[in-house]
Design a protein around this ligand. Structure first.
Ligand SMILES: C[S@@+](CC[C@H](N)C(=O)[O-])C[C@H]1O[C@@H](n2cnc3c(N)ncnc32)[C@H](O)[C@@H]1O
Length: 353
């Protein structure tokens, strides 16, 4: 079953709620008040060495910081979401100036508010699309990207733009999702709160179909009012989804699930908007080739600093060493972050201009 053929739910979706084809920034990131659920280490909550995820995030920040070429100060963070890694990076490198660029105005608003709350005067944010960056050529020493390159409509055009704004010898350090699925094709739904483009409170019902070959993801979004019958149906569905199996943090859609066509039929008459986003996904080999084609002289795929730190923290917890290591959180996560970029692997890439 490939992605060229539509799933039964996609056929229903196109019939009941004909979707407008848009990019991910408009359909997903512009509608979510908090991309990261208000739980981002450093940005929303202070680092806590008792939590494995915090070791991972601190090591990832150290990894990005270590990628700044010596003497460099100008950093562009591509697609920062709620300010990650732009904000912790600005704190880690007080002499640097970090600019985050994101096409979703709501993401930029959240980043600006977070920078102000954290009193980070060396972090600024701008609205702009990665395929036409609003910056002069050769104006950055480092470009960072965390799970954002793959959210763009035309990744090859985006890589060429990043090459343009980096000065010769400048570095792109990016983390990305390796497209290795647990099944050749699988479907998920999510039921969350959102905010419509006009600022009105909204509820979102989203459906994603992911395929291994060709590597693609199609994501459908129904924007619903946060009151009346739509809200009641949405709330009931949320309860039903709690018991269903999950994948990638979303509810897996099984064949006779009430969360598929039956739910769509109920909700479609209330929809304020219906969107579809098509994303091209990739393997590490594709990304490495695409970076070379975009003009990067040296490209290395490496392990993910977060994965390295997560295994370190889990082993420390298992050995009962966490209390002894916690006072050295900063120095250890820095060492792990610096080590990751040197180790061949997948999930992160360094590309030198
Ligand atoms: C998965 S989120 C990652 C956010 C953040 N970097 C993090 O790791 O938490 C993807 C981000 O990429 C942004 N994005 C989508 N399309 C983009 C484009 N064409 N140019 C720049 N950023 C884009 C989205 O708006 C969103 O903020």
């Amino acid at each position: 079953m490939t992605c060229e053929r539509m799933t039964a739910l996609e056929v229903w979706w196109r019939a009941f709620a004909p979707p407008e084809a848009v990019d991910s920034a408009r359909a997903l990131y512009a509608l979510t008040p908090r991309w990261s659920s208000g739980n981002l280490p450093f940005v929303d909550v202070p680092y806590d060495p008792a939590r494995v995820a915090h070791w991972a995030d601190a090591a990832r920040v150290a990894d990005y910081a270590a990628a700044l070429p010596s003497g460099g100060t100008r950093i562009l963070d591509f697609g920062p979401g709620d300010g990650w890694p732009a904000l912790p990076l600005a704190a880690a490198l007080p002499r640097a100036r970090v600019v985050g660029v994101d096409p979703a105005p709501r993401r930029v608003e959240v980043c600006v508010a977070n920078a102000r709350r954290l009193a980070l005067g060396n972090a600024a944010f701008a609205t702009g699309d990665g395929a036409a960056l609003p910056f002069a050529s050769a104006s950055f020493d480092l470009v960072t990207a965390s799970q954002s390159l793959e959210e763009t409509r035309d990744p090859s055009a985006v890589l060429a733009e990043i090459a343009r704004v980096l000065r010769p010898g400048g570095v792109l350090r990016a983390s990305y999702q390796v497209w290795t699925l647990p099944a050749r094709r699988f479907e998920t739904v999510t039921l969350v709160e959102g905010r419509d483009l006009d600022g009105a409170d909204a509820l979102l019902y989203t459906y994603a179909v992911r395929c291994q070959e060709p590597p693609r993801e199609r994501r459908y979004v129904l924007v619903l009012p946060r009151e009346g019958e739509a809200a009641a149906v949405h709330a009931q569905a949320l309860v039903a989804s709690a018991d269903a199996p999950r994948a990638y943090g979303e509810t897996l859609l099984t064949r006779r699930s009430p969360l598929g066509a039956p739910l769509l039929r109920h909700l479609a008459p209330f929809a304020r908007r219906s969107y579809v986003v098509e994303l091209h996904r990739w393997t590490t080999a594709w990304l490495v080739q695409a970076l070379r084609r975009a003009g990067f002289a040296e490209v290395r795929a490496t392990v993910h600093a977060g994965d390295l730190a997560r295994s370190f923290a889990r082993a420390a917890i298992a050995r009962g060493d966490l209390d002894a290591l916690a006072p050295h959180f900063e120095v250890i996560t820095r060492a792990l972050g610096e080590a990751a970029a040197q180790q061949p692997g997948e999930s992160m890439v360094t590309a030198v201009r």
